[in-house]
Design a protein around this ligand. Structure first.
Ligand code: HEM
Length: 453
């Protein structure tokens, strides 16, 4: 369509007219437009009803923004990072803690399955809480219960995950519909507020969300559905993102060496060493702020594999001004969309050689974050958009980046791991998920890993 019509065109999809803007220099006209004209809520409400069975309250979007600002950023993030770390340790390093040697033999798995499994479960436990240890002796039992229950939840989540694109587009077949319905009920039930209340270390993000809805008089069953929405928003993207990051590092030894050396430096500066019989490393939020190389690798990996569509409902007749000065009339009732993946993330003018993973693409010569990218000689403000932008920009992005970094940190310090086939090609992305955040691969990649200590 871009080849045929240029940087702005309208297509009819599922009963709506969507106007796509593909010139990144013109994205600001959509992202910054007043909510009175371009609205995110109307579109989102429709989706969350269909996908999670949740009926949002009047100011739902504001509620989620304010609790996210408090608990997923700033001081709230310090707590959450600690909690993520202890859950990652429980899932990845419990064999070290229990003194066994089982973890030291090689294990084989699919890299995607392995990464998604660990990051999903640790993120879920950090946000939704841990099993309570009733007595000092039962601490280990509680940790084991966390490991077991989270793995069961992950397997069910993956089933829903696979139905997700068709579910969101409303094109499930009859038997898939029944399967989705069963899974939805299972999640409402497993994440029911009454059950969560029996846990400890529940994050402020989750506890405040249902406390506020409770105070607003929302029915318990609807609060349970909201918990499912929070699980989805928080766990559907970071696991797949951790897979791509680790795979790109494994396929690019120079990138792996640069990241490893930075990690060693950070550990050395804080006087920590990973050694046989030594204490587990403590990786704080402060330490995670000192990793520009890893930050760039994360950003690059997301540039290549995060492909959300940003959509707004048009509330009144309006016009959109493009960077070239031309104005286009947009009709009330239609939609306006951006797809930054093809429009900017893969644009060779903005990112030369766009298909290639370059771990230092977002790094300046003096190891600062690089933000200067150009198109037609002009600086591009929105040069990569894995988190969306404007009113609906992902409020979990700082936590998500921390999760990815903590996971990579632990993999690189505690594990030996390698691809089963060193010549393994990077798998294609599954384009059926275009529009829904982080992409998934068309196939898994066999690898092996073992604990080094
Ligand atoms: C790599 C990981 C992640 C990616 C790529 C990602 C991406 C996104 C994107 C693109 C959106 C905007 C969707 C839109 O405009 O329609 C979004 C929204 C959201 N994300 Fe994330 N996300 C990630 C991780 C997380 C995490 C870890 C959390 C929470 C702990 C989270 C919480 C949310 C919430 C609550 C929203 C809805 C915001 C709103 O309605 O304003 N995300 N995410």
């Amino acid at each position: 369509m871009k080849k045929l019509h240029g940087d702005i065109f309208t297509v009819q999809l599922g009963g709506f007219y969507f106007t796509f803007i593909t010139d990144p220099l013109s994205f600001g006209s959509v992202v910054k437009e007043a909510r009175a004209k371009l609205d995110f809520n109307a579109f989102a409400k429709h989706l969350v009803r269909r996908v999670f069975g949740y009926h949002p309250v009047e100011d739902d979007h504001k509620l989620i923004q304010s609790s996210s600002n408090k608990h997923l950023m700033g001081d709230g993030l310090v707590l959450l990072t600690q909690s993520m770390m202890s859950n990652l340790q429980n899932l990845m390093l419990h064999q070290i803690e229990s003194g066994g040697t089982k973890g030291r033999s090689w294990h084989e798995d699919g890299l995607f399955t392995f990464c998604y499994n660990i990051v999903f479960r640790a993120g879920y436990l950090a946000l939704f809480g841990n099993e309570v240890a009733k007595m000092a002796e039962s601490v280990e039992e509680a940790k084991e219960k966390d490991r077991k229950e989270s793995v069961d939840l992950f397997h069910e989540f993956r089933k829903y995950d696979q139905l997700f694109p068709k579910l969101a587009y409303g094109v499930l077949g009859p038997s898939e519909k029944m399967k989705a319905e069963r899974l939805k009920r299972l999640f409402w039930n497993t994440l029911a507020v009454d059950k969560l209340n029996t846990k400890e270390n529940i994050s402020g993000w989750v506890s405040e969300s249902h406390q506020i809805r409770n105070e607003l008089g929302m029915h318990k069953s609807m609060q349970d559905r909201h918990m499912f929405l929070l699980l989805w928003a928080s766990q559907g993207n970071t696991g797949p993102a951790s897979f791509w990051l680790l795979l790109f590092l494994m396929k690019h030894p120079e990138a792996m060496a640069a990241v490893k050396s930075e990690i060693d430096e950070v550990l050395y500066e804080t006087g920590q060493e990973v050694k046989q019989g030594g204490p587990l490393i403590n990786l704080t939020r402060d330490m995670l702020l000192k990793t520009p190389v890893l930050d760039s690798a994360v950003e690059e990996s997301l540039r290549l594999t995060a492909a959300p569509v940003l959509t707004r409902a048009v509330l009144e007749d309006m016009s959109l001004k493009m960077d070239n000065g031309r104005e286009y009339k947009i009709r009330k009732g239609d939609r306006v969309s951006l797809f930054p993946y093809t429009s900017v993330q893969m644009d060779p003018e903005v990112h030369p050689d766009p298909q290639t993973f370059k771990y230092d693409r977002f790094l300046t010569a003096d190891r600062q974050k690089k933000t200067d990218f150009y198109k037609r000689g002009k600086k591009v403000k929105y040069y990569t958009m894995p988190w969306g932008a404007g009113v609906s920009m992902c409020p979990g992005r700082f936590f998500a980046i921390n999760e990815l970094k903590q996971f990579v940190f632990l993999m690189l310090t505690y594990f030996d791991f390698e691809l089963k086939n060193p010549d393994e090609e990077i798998p294609d992305i599954d384009v059926r998920r275009w529009g829904f955040g982080t992409m998934q691969p068309m196939r898994d990649v066999p690898f092996r890993y073992r604990l080094r200590f």
